[in-house]
Design a protein around this ligand. Sequence first.
Ligand SMILES: [Zn+2]
Length: 211
Amino acid sequence: MAKYFCGLCGNKLGLMENYSWLDDDTILCYECTCFNKKVLVSMNAEDSFKAILEEFKERFPEHEHARFIEHWHDIYDEKQNDSLSAEEKEQRRKQREEERKQQEEQRQQYEYNLKIENLTKMGLDGYYEYKVISLLDESGFFKKKSGSVDTTAMTETLNQLGIEGWHLVTAYSNELGKNAMSGGVGGAMLGTNSTVDENILIFERFVRINR
Ligand SMILES: [Zn+2]
């Protein structure tokens, strides 16, 4: 028990603490248990429910929100559901979807900022980003019907990647046996005993960070 941490505020739980479970995976410290109760009570009025979610967002860092807000919204919706028309349910669903999208963007932004912060701490002025292209990708992007590589299309793509700052660092061939081919990689039609080379290209680009 001693090693449990509160899933909401992240604090370590005291040995004698009155904790509770938010769901199967999340334990709450006493303070957050009280807050959770407050949220549940607030659900009796839409305004107070919204207000307490705002309070929650202010109390805890952005990236921790989504899961809890979703959890509370689920309970709230469950409570409301009987009294809602189909139209209102649909509207609510769209609203939730929009909120989730925003939260995801905020989370990505947060993670990006964190990455930049760490790089800055290490005294680095950027990082390498990688991209892997397979010449036998599902779309058969660089393959002609004959199975040969479409060099024109490939040149075009390489040039486009160059403009975007990507630089080819290495390329290698991977021989795929018939097992790998039975899934019909790249739409290639091959006999049961054939093998095919999958050409892998690895690109990198340096992303400079602004300080
Ligand atoms: Zn807590």
